[in-house]
Design a protein around this ligand. Structure first.
Ligand code: HEC
Ligand code: HEC
Length: 303
């Protein structure tokens, strides 16, 4: 009996030991990905100073979702705290104490927003630079000029962290990473952005974030890896069973501006971020509309 117990204990210790070793391995390999230095040449964009450009920068900061994460006054906040993921803490972008604004040089803003990298070349966590990589020099310049124009606010925040579960997931699932810099083709030539206008091309440029939830083909349906109680995004294509033909342009505008559907239902901005899209101008909504009309029809949920 005693020998049996001793053996069982040794086996258990062996299993736990292996498990601890595997977890330690995962911790250190993901840690190495976090401390990797991406050596890229400094990039700069022209920063406008006129009032119209600063106002445009404020709107772009709104509809690209920066405001929703970094706070109404850019003071930063704990955006999400989830044991499966970690702590998503959006930095204080102002020049106030606890903020990064005072230390950032112009090239640092470009590196962070377009490349997902800190001034020292190490990658930022969670910051969706994969989308902002596509921003034109003009839009990026306006955003940075706007950020630099806001009053300083004192707000100290701890850094973002990836939980152990998050580290296991990003080690085992190749498609998932919480380090956006890893998904950006850092050494390839950057694609050029389409000219502003009421065109499907410019509409697509404005709709990059829609695809995160409505899917790469805009067909809607369940978002992979999202909680079960998350409502299913609508099919935004002109496919047969989708609602788009029932929305008039004015109705569509009301969805993006006020989150009210053509059935007068209020959409929760926690699921469909119309509080960001309310910053689109009429022309920008018209461009998104033109893009949706031109997108090929796809059956609901075929991502
Ligand atoms: C999903 C939420 C989210 C959105 C949207 C977002 N950010 Fe961030 N951002 C973050 C987080 C989280 C960090 C901090 C990352 C870290 O600590 O590693 C960050 C960091 C930054 C930094 C670097 C700050 C530092 O600590 O060095 C800048 C600059 C920045 N964001 C600007 C922007 C701009 C401009 C936009 C819109 C174009 C934007 N962010 C949109 C979450 C977001
Ligand atoms: C964070 C996820 C997310 C993003 C990003 C997002 N949506 Fe949605 N969207 C949803 C969800 C979820 C619903 C369903 C909400 C509901 O029915 O309560 C929805 C519903 C809609 C609807 C249908 C409203 C109706 O009539 O029922 C439209 C139109 C729409 N989204 C357009 C857009 C456009 C255009 C964009 C980009 C500019 C976008 N969405 C970005 C999640 C998202």
């Amino acid at each position: 009996m005693r020998v049996f117990l001793q053996r069982a204990l040794l086996t258990a210790m062996g299993i736990f030991g292996l498990l601890a070793l595997a977890l330690a391995g995962i911790y250190f390999s993901t840690r190495a990905r976090q401390t990797k230095i991406y050596n890229l040449p400094a990039e700069s964009v022209a920063l406008p100073t006129d009032a119209a450009s600063l106002e445009a920068g404020r709107r772009i900061f709104g509809y690209r979702g920066c405001l929703a994460c970094h706070g109404d006054h850019l003071e930063g906040k704990v955006y999400l705290s989830n044991p499966a993921l970690g702590e998503v803490i959006a930095s204080n972008l102002t020049r106030g104490a606890g903020g990064i604004g005072a230390a950032y040089r112009d090239e640092d803003w470009v590196r962070a927003i377009r490349r997902g990298l800190r001034p020292d070349g190490t990658p930022l966590l969670f910051m969706p630079a994969t989308e902002f990589y596509f921003l034109s020099d003009g839009d990026l310049g306006k955003i940075i000029a706007f950020i630099k124009s806001v009053p300083p606010l004192i707000n100290y925040l701890p850094p973002s962290t990836i939980s152990l579960t998050g580290r296991v997931v990003m080690t085992l699932v190749k498609e998932i990473t919480f380090i956006p810099a890893e998904m950006i083709p850092q050494n390839a030539p950057r694609p050029s952005a389409p000219a502003a206008g009421i065109t499907p091309q410019y509409g697509e440029y404005l709709s990059l974030s829609c695809k995160v939830c409505h899917g790469p083909t805009l067909s809607g349906g369940r978002i992979p890896a999202f909680p079960d109680d998350y409502p299913w995004p609508a099919n935004l294509t002109t496919s047969e069973e989708r609602p788009l033909p029932y929305w008039t342009f004015d109705g569509f505008k009301k969805i993006l501006r006020a989150g009210v559907t053509c059935h007068s239902r209020q959409i929760d901005p926690q699921y469909m971020p119309w509080t960001s899209y309310q910053y689109f101008s009429d022309d920008e909504i018209a461009a998104v509309w033109a893009y949706l009309q031109a997108a090929p029809p796809v059956p609901f949920g075929s991502r």
